[in-house]
Design a protein around this ligand. Structure first.
Ligand code: PLP
Length: 365
């Protein structure tokens, strides 16, 4: 494994080596089954067990209360941008509230507008999406269909530090890039969705955790595949689910439970990793300019600028020479973005920190 790099990609992203090895083994032969995970029927007893284990893993790790259904769907989080308003806004006679803290929230809003009336309760655009607003800076509508947030804006690198309160309005959260990175008080939410390929698995599998009373609101005659109620009654098997993706998420769940020790332990490790990088930004503010306001800093995606685009390009190159890859920031923000998801080892972050310190000494004057 000596040629493996430290992969700072924002997604698809780094996975635990143990999980990759188990997945590799299952591609040839699923333990005890005598066939590949890629070959078995999605209605077979072997997959019954995988689906049930993956569901309990998510449920156990997050402490999902009773009265919620966990779905494994396809289409990525981008399809959830449409499914949420199709199922919960269309024909409701209500308005959906959106809190915009970055690029993904804006995309979610664009799709919601196609399904019904929307209302933007706060928009961080004038500050270049560099912070999460305080609770007293916005107000949810009293009778909104739902209130939508993005818990971690992957591109800007800003994250809610705590679960917000939306009162009696169902809170809907795009948790794509911090899902399973820390404990979440699921009971505060009406619906949580997350594509797996950022922090919880591979592309092609999206988790939806939905409070059961919201299933009652689903309008009639939605396309079957896009109907939460139908997907729930079919146990995520209305059609062929993303079999391999569900399997990998189950493995990631087991790794989190058995090797890491649960989400509290994971969150602590993640905070410690992030602090290694933020400490460098804080100690060298003239050379490294963090994008996020300190109180809104993401524990998953750390974003910063250097004094010039030339130095940024040089930094990315120097990093690559040390096997630290995929550090170029998203084109809309520029600079550097280090995605340090659950499976990024502390050694990788330490190597990046060391490079930052040396690079600053060399070029900081
Ligand atoms: C990556 C990402 C998405 C889009 O996910 P897809 O699976 O590519 O559709 C949406 N929201 C957030 C916060 C993301 O990080």
């Amino acid at each position: 494994m000596s040629s493996r790099v430290f992969n700072f990609s924002a997604g698809p992203a780094v996975l635990p080596v143990k999980v990759l090895k188990q997945a590799q083994e299952a591609v040839l032969e699923l333990p005890g089954v005598g066939a590949s995970i890629l070959e078995i029927s999605h209605r077979s007893p072997a997959f019954d067990e995988v689906l049930s284990d993956a569901t309990s893993m998510v449920s156990e790790l997050l402490g999902v209360p009773s009265g919620y259904t966990i779905l494994f769907l396809q289409g990525g989080s981008s399809l959830q941008f449409s499914m949420v308003p199709m199922n919960l806004l269309r024909d409701s006679g209500k308005t959906a509230d959106y809190l915009l803290t970055g690029s993904w929230g804006k995309k979610a809003l664009t799709e919601a507008k196609r399904q019904g009336e929307t209302n933007v309760v706060w928009d961080g655009k004038s500050e270049n999406y560099s912070r999460i607003p305080a609770a007293d800076e916005f107000t949810w509508s009293k009778d909104a269909a739902y209130a939508h947030i993005t818990s971690n804006e992957t591109i800007q690198g800003i994250e809610f530090a705590t679960d917000p309160d939306s009162g009696s309005v169902p809170l809907v959260c795009d948790a794509s890039s911090d899902f399973l990175s820390r404990p979440v008080d699921v009971g505060r939410y009406g619906l949580i969705y997350a594509c797996a390929q950022k922090n919880a698995g591979i592309a092609g599998c999206t988790v939806v955790i939905i409070r059961d009373d919201l299933l009652e609101r689903v309008p009639q005659n939605l396309p079957s595949m896009l109907d939460y109620r139908l997907q729930a009654s079919g146990g995520s098997r209305y059609n062929t689910p993303p079999v391999f993706g569900v399997y990998v998420m189950m493995l990631v769940g087991r790794w989190l439970r058995d090797d890491v020790g649960g989400l509290e332990a994971m969150a602590k490790l993640n905070r410690e990793k992030a602090k290694l990088l933020y400490d460098v930004l804080d100690a060298n503010p003239d050379f490294y300019r963090g994008h996020a306001h300190p109180a809104s800093r993401s524990v998953m995606n750390v974003t910063w600028r250097l004094p010039s685009e030339e130095l940024e390009a040089e930094f990315v190159k120097a990093a690559k020479a040390r096997k630290l890859t995929d550090l170029k920031g998203h084109r809309s923000v520029g600079g550097i973005r280090a995605s340090i998801y659950n499976a990024m080892p502390r050694e990788g972050v330490e190597a990046l920190r060391d490079l930052m310190l040396e690079f600053q000494k060399q070029h900081g004057g």
